[in-house]
Ligand binder design. Structure first.
Ligand code: PEP
Length: 248
């Protein structure tokens, strides 16, 4: 069965709750399609007003992060039950900014992925190499390691429903998009790695996005590649351009 594309916006630390409502009202008509899943991953405080604003549209609201414990003394964190209580179905896990600025590791990513599945939330699991790793020719080895640890103890049935976002760090927020061939090479290696961990059926089912300076003029070529099932979009997700990306 053909995989349905999934185009997700990562708003990062942008948009107050009232700005969020305004942006969703602007984007709603521009992203209306049944052909792809459209997800806006927004700051925690924006989730409830964003859900309200998106009601009746095809936009699904996701979170940008989540903690791996159920509840308790973890000041400032958001629990999975807090997300499911308001209807969140997707959560970004292990974005490179969380790894760089908030000390997330492959091990904490794995704990969060397991916890998300336990609560029926689909994780968008991020991976991606630095420029040095690419220049040293260790990209595929590095990504395979990230994937293998992120999916430790995840069942095949769970993995089939997961989303992986391949986001080369050198391409995030830099305006430097990976070429479609570079992106396809890594996304295909990720699918092969999932096939090794699980089986062919799981590899065929899992959706793999590309992320890193995707814009209205690069989306079509990237998303046409056989192993790229859509995109995780940062900067361009805050603009009407996101409509063009969704309707690439
Ligand atoms: C991201 O943060 O996930 C991302 C891809 O950002 P940008 O599109 O701005 O490079």
């Amino acid at each position: 069965m053909a995989r349905k594309k999934i185009i997700a916006g990562n708003w990062k630390m942008n948009m107050t709750p009232s700005e969020a409502v305004e942006l969703i009202n602007t984007l709603k008509p521009l992203v209306a399609t049944e052909k792809a899943d459209v997800v806006f991953c927004v700051p925690a405080i924006d989730i409830i007003p964003a859900m309200e604003a998106a009601k009746g549209s095809n936009i699904q609201i996701g979170a940008e992060n989540m903690y791996f414990e159920e509840k308790g003394a973890y000041t400032g964190e958001i629990s999975p039950a807090m997300l499911t209580d308001v209807g969140v179905k997707y959560v970004i896990i292990g974005h490179s900014e969380r790894r760089e600025y908030f000390a997330e590791t492959d091990e904490t990513v794995n704990k969060k992925v397991l916890k998300a599945f336990e609560h029926g939330i689909t994780p968008i699991v991020c991976c991606g190499e630095t420029l040095t790793q690419r220049e040293q020719g260790v990209t595929i080895d590095f990504i395979r390691q990230q994937i293998k640890i992120a999916f430790l103890n995840v069942t095949a049935d769970q993995a089939k429903t997961a989303v992986i976002a391949y986001e080369p760090i050198w391409a995030i927020g830099t305006g430097k998009t990976a070429t479609s061939d570079q992106a396809q090479e890594v996304c295909s290696a990720i699918r092969a790695c999932i096939g090794e961990i699980y089986d062919e059926a799981t590899a065929e089912a899992i959706r793999i996005q590309y992320g890193g300076s995707v814009n209205a003029s690069t989306a079509a070529e990237l998303f046409a590649k056989p192993d790229i099932d859509g995109g995780l979009v940062g900067g361009a997700a805050l603009k009407p351009d996101f409509g063009k990306i969704v309707n690439y």
